[in-house]
Design a binder for this molecule. Structure first.
Ligand code: 5AD
Ligand code: SF4
Length: 448
C-alpha cells in the first residue's frame, strides 16, 4: 500500500506529517511519489484562518470524489481542522474514511488497521495519553530537520484558534530531545529548528531537566538550557527555533546568543500590531515598549540579529490611525521580513464575539501597504550587506535558475551564487554579497 500526505499550514504541521510518514513506513506502507499513485491519501489540515480551512475542505472533497475512479483508495484527514470540526467534518466530506486530531497521530497505524477490518468513518480526537515518543522518526538523508520540543499553547490570544485545537502546553523531556538531535546529527543533519507554538515557554509547565542537574554554563531557564545542550551536540552547526514571544527574550537568551556559536542570529518574533490599544485587545501580554525592549536587549548582545515577524491587519475595531501606528513601529524595529495576514474570525475565540468591522477591501489595502513597506525596507536592509561575506549552507540548485545555486545565511536569508567545482549540498561556504533584492541576496563564493 502506498501513501501520500498533503500538508497545509505551519512548520509544526510539516513536522507532524514527516513523523506520520515514518510511522506509516514502519507499519509496512510505502511512500508514493505523487498523490495519483497513492492508495492512501492523508490531508494534514490547518485552522488558523478561514481560508486555510476552505483549502483543506476543497482538497478533501476532490480526493473523496476521486474514489469513484479509485474505489480502493482511502482518504483521511489529520490535524487542527479535525480537532475543531470533529464529527461535523464527516458531514462536510461524507466519503472521508478517517479523521485524527492533533494529539492522536501515533494511533494512525492502528486506525488504518481498524478501517481495513471494515470500520467506517473513524474519528479520534482524544487529548489524553498521546505517545509523543512514537513521533520522533525522521527520513534519512536530510541536511536540516525540524524537532518538536513543545506541544500546544496556553497563551490564549483573543484571535487565535491554536490553544483550542492544539491543547495544553506540554514540553518534551530535555534528554529525549537531545537523543533525537544526536541521532539526527549522526545521520548527517547539520541544522535543526526547534519547534513550539510559543517555544520559549519550554519547560515552564512541566519539568524537563532532572532537579539536581546543572547546565555547563550555569543557565537556569529551561529553554536556554535546551539551546545550550542542542548547540553542544557534535555535528550540529546551526540551531534555530520558532516561534518566539517578547517575554522569552531574556538576558539569558541574549547571553546564549552571544556564547553559543551554533545558535543562529535570527528571531521570528510575531508582533501582530504596533498599537497598544489593539495589542491589549488581542491579549498579547506585551505593549509596543516591551517588544522594543526585548529587541534591544538581544540586539545589544548580537548586533547582526535578523528579526522577522507576523502582523494581523483589520483586527476588530482597528482604526486607520492604529494601523498607521503599526506601520511606524515596523519601521522603528526594522524588520528583515514580515508575514501579513488579514484578520479572520475563528469560531469560539474571544475576538469572534466582536464585530468583524474592518471591511475586506480595507484589510486588503492595509495588507498591501505593509507588504510594500516591507519590500522597500527589506531591500534597504539587504543592500547594507553588499560587500560583506556571509556563511551560507548550500542547499542546491536555485529555484528560479538551475545554473545558479542557493543556500541560507545564518540570519536565514536566501543567498544565490554560482557553484564552483567541488561545492556540495550541505557545505558551509563563504559568499561575498554583490547584489541585494528584498528577499534574496546574490554573491560569489570566496576562496579559502
Ligand atoms: N486571523 C488572521 N491571522 C491570524 N493568525 C493567527 N490567528 C489569526 C486569525 N484569526 C496569524 C498570526 C500568527 C500567524 C501564525 O497567523 O499572525 O502569528
Ligand atoms: Fe496563537 Fe501564538 Fe498566541 Fe499561541 S502564542 S495563542 S499560537 S498567536
Amino acid at each position: 500500500m502506498k501513501f501520500f500526505i498533503k500538508t497545509y499550514g505551519c512548520q509544526m504541521n510539516v513536522r507532524d506529517s514527516q513523523s506520520v510518514e515514518v510511522l506509516l513506513e514502519r507499519h509496512g506502507l510505502e511512500r508514493a511519489r505523487s498523490e495519483a499513485q497513492a492508495d492512501l491519501i492523508i490531508v494534514n489540515t490547518c485552522s488558523v484562518r478561514g481560508k486555510a480551512e476552505d483549502k483543506a475542505i476543497g482538497k478533501l472533497g476532490i480526493l473523496a470524489a476521486s474514489k469513484r475512479e479509485h474505489p480502493e483508495r482511502l482518504v483521511g484527514a489529520m490535524g487542527c481542522m479535525v480537532q475543531r470540526l470533529r464529527e461535523s467534518l464527516f458531514e462536510r466530506v461524507p466519503k472521508l474514511d478517517f479523521a485524527v486530531g492533533t494529539r492522536r497521530f501515533a494511533s494512525i497505524p492502528a486506525i488504518l488497521d481498524f478501517i481495513q477490518s471494515g470500520q467506517k468513518h473513524v474519528l479520534d480526537v482524544g487529548t489524553e495519553d498521546e505517545n509523543f515518543e512514537a513521533l520522533t522518526g525522521h527520513e534519512e538523508g536530510a541536511l536540516s530537520a525540524f524537532v518538536n520540543v513543545l506541544f500546544g499553547c496556553d497563551r490564549r490570544c483573543a484571535y487565535c484558534i491554536v490553544p483550542d485545537v492544539r491543547g495544553r502546553e506540554w514540553s518534551r523531556p530535555g534528554e529525549s530531545i537531545v537523543q533525537e538531535v544526536t541521532s539526527l546529527a549522526r545521520s548527517g543533519v547539520k541544522e535543526v529548528t526547534l519547534l513550539g507554538q510559543s517555544v520559549m515557554m519550554y519547560g515552564r509547565r512541566n519539568p524537563v531537566w532532572p532537579d539536581e542537574s546543572r547546565s555547563p554554563r550555569g543557565f537556569v531557564e529551561p529553554f536556554i538550557r535546551l539551546l545550550e545542550a542542542v548547540c553542544g551536540i557534535e555535528g550540529i552547526r546551526r540551531v534555530r527555533f520558532t516561534s518566539s514571544h517578547p517575554s522569552g527574550c531574556t538576558a539569558e537568551l541574549a547571553e546564549a546568543m552571544k556564547a553559543l556559536p551554533a545558535l543562529c542570529p535570527h528571531l521570528h518574533l510575531p508582533l501582530q500590531s504596533g498599537s497598544d490599544r489593539v495589542l491589549k485587545r488581542m491579549r498579547r501580554g506585551y505593549l509596543s515598549a516591551d517588544y522594543r525592549a526585548a529587541v534591544e536587549r538581544l540586539r545589544d548582545a548580537v548586533p547582526e540579529l535578523a528579526i522577522t515577524t507576523d502582523i494581523i491587519v483589520g483586527f476588530p475595531s482597528e482604526t486607520a490611525a492604529e494601523f498607521e501606528e503599526t506601520r511606524t513601529f515596523m519601521e522603528t524595529i526594522g524588520f528583515d521580513n514580515a508575514f501579513v495576514f488579514k484578520y479572520s474570525p475563528r469560531p469560539g475565540t474571544p475576538a469572534a464575539a466582536w464585530e468583524d468591522d474592518v471591511s475586506d477591501d480595507e484589510k486588503l489595502r492595509r495588507n498591501k501597504v505593509l507588504l510594500d513597506d516591507q519590500d522597500q525596507r527589506g531591500r534597504r536592509l539587504n543592500e547594507q550587506l553588499v560587500g560583506n561575506v556571509v556563511e551560507v549552507m548550500v542547499e542546491g540548485e536555485s529555484l528560479r535558475n538551475s545554473a545558479r545555486w542557493s543556500g541560507r545565511s545564518r540570519t536565514n536569508k536566501i543567498v544565490v551564487f554560482d557553484p564552483v567545482p567541488g561545492c556540495e549540498v550541505g557545505d558551509l561556504i563563504r559568499v561575498r554579497i554583490d547584489r541585494a533584492m528584498p528577499q534574496t541576496l546574490y554573491g560569489s563564493i570566496e576562496k579559502g
